[in-house]
Design a protein around this ligand. Sequence first.
Ligand SMILES: [Fe+2]
Ligand SMILES: [Fe+2]
Length: 161
Amino acid sequence: MNKRVAQLLNDQVNKEFFSAYLYLGISKYFEREGLKGFASWYKAQAAEEQEHAMKIYDYLLDEDEDVILKQIAGVSVDFKEVIDAAKEADKHEKYITEEIVKIMDAAVDDKDYKTQLFLNWFITEQQEEERNSKEMVAKIKLLGKDKKNLYLLDKELAARK
Ligand SMILES: [Fe+2]
Ligand SMILES: [Fe+2]
């Protein structure tokens, strides 16, 4: 594997773990706000991000590349309003999509078809992640102002496995 592609994939392992950390921070915020449904939804999201990190981790090892486990940046989350947490997640997913695209660009430049194939899964996943995070912002915009509706939305989100 090309050095640059390997390095970008390594960085992405870190970014996916950071995503998990960020979602855990958001989950904690909701927990402290008494919104258990939101908290469990974002906790599930955090678990998914760890799976993403491990997918890349496994791919690198399968390709006989080293995995460099860099330090994961800290997360400090304190939101004024519920919608701000959802907006933060939405912004972050857009950023992650850009990062995945950068790795894809490098793999295309290098005619690394195997990595392109591997990254296709992430492109599709990011499409779904962006759709979900956008939906969440829209839902909170629609329902979040009314406490009773927010309570009902919290109940709905609690259903996510
Ligand atoms: Fe991810
Ligand atoms: Fe994500």
